[in-house]
Design a protein around this ligand. Structure first.
Ligand SMILES: NC(=O)C1=CN([C@@H]2O[C@H](COP(=O)(O)OP(=O)(O)OC[C@H]3O[C@@H](n4cnc5c(N)ncnc54)[C@H](OP(=O)(O)O)[C@@H]3O)[C@@H](O)[C@H]2O)C=CC1
Ligand SMILES: O=C(O)C1=N[C@H](C(=O)O)C[C@H](O)C1
Length: 255
């Protein structure tokens, strides 16, 4: 049995991840953490986020799945790594210092972890297509447009930033990012990044390659958070048989 703990278990993603974990015959939900404690989820009563260290020590999960907020996730990663617990981190919106803090904690704890801004399998294919298009269409103007629900706190999305990183990695000339546009300014060599927020949009990412006389759009649309949640649960199962280290979702999907 894979013993799973979930941080952010009361949230939109945490709720869906716990439903999927509870339905897996080879998984057991052993702990859940959130700012508001006490709710019963399957066999566990949600623990207060501040008790994560003592609860991890007591229940010894195999994997902690985190969908919370950036500073919360950094604390959770440190607690999990210090207790030898593997991690699946789906939270987005980290700054560079927070990314380094997590990587250092994972290395020091000598545990296996996946940090990914998007756990859908489709998005891994989308990223692969972007790299190919960027290589073949060098010189075309590139714009990334993402759309999400009106409760999303970070912008641009983690996936949009990952798309920019992948595109940049495939181009000979590394362009700067320009977030939105306002006022009088001609487009330069940049990648434009635009965030749309509204209603209950689950997660759309479009990359436009605009060339002379033609254009290509590569688009991924998530219809349900189950695309992310089921990928995160698969990642938890996969991590159990991996050596210690920091992995990405493409390490798992493209194996
Ligand atoms: N990688 C991926 O595939 C995906 C990533 N995401 C990302 O996941 C994150 C969560 O998204 P979503 O579920 O929509 O957000 P929600 O706000 O619905 O859920 C986050 C939950 O975490 C709780 N929380 C805050 N701090 C802590 C803490 N220290 N310990 C435990 N729980 C805590 C929040 O409590 P409270 O509400 O009281 O603040 C809330 O219940 C975001 O960063 C989002 O961008 C989302 C979808 C897919
Ligand atoms: O907050 C969300 O909802 C999502 N966040 C992720 C991101 O920032 O890329 C992934 C997904 O698009 C949904």
């Amino acid at each position: 049995m894979v013993r799973v703990a979930i941080a952010g278990i009361n949230g939109r993603m945490g709720t869906m991840v716990s439903d999927i974990v509870l339905a897996q015959p080879d998984m057991e939900l052993v702990a859940g953490f959130d700012l508001s404690a006490g709710k019963q989820v399957g066999p566990v009563k949600v623990s207060s986020a501040k008790d994560i260290d003592s609860v991890l020590k007591a229940v010894k999960p195999d994997v902690l799945i985190d969908f919370t907020a950036p500073s919360a996730a950094v604390g959770n990663v440190k607690a999990a790594a210090a207790n030898g617990v593997r991690m699946v981190v789906g939270t987005t919106g980290f700054d560079e210092a927070q990314k380094k803090e997590m990587a250092d904690a994972i290395a020091k704890g000598n545990v296996a972890a996946i940090i990914s801004p998007n756990f859908s399998v489709g998005v891994q294919v989308f990223l692969k297509l972007l790299a190919e298009a960027a290589r073949d269409l060098e010189g075309c103007d590139i714009e990334i447009i993402e759309a999400h629900h009106n409760k999303k706190k970070d912008a641009p999305s983690g996936t949009a930033l990952k798309a920019a990183e992948v595109i940049s990695g495939a181009l000979k000339e590394k362009p700067p990012l320009v977030y939105g546009r306002e006022g009088v300014a001609l487009r330069g060599k940049e990648i434009g990044v635009h965030a749309v927020r509204g209603g209950d949009i689950v997660g759309d990412h479009t990359v436009l390659f605009a060339c002379e006389g033609e254009r290509i759009e590569i688009k991924h649309q998530a219809h349900s958070r189950s695309a992310f949640a089921s990928g995160a649960v698969k990642a938890a199962r996969w991590l159990v048989s991996q050596k210690p280290g920091l992995y990405s979702m493409s390490d798992m999907v493209m194996q």
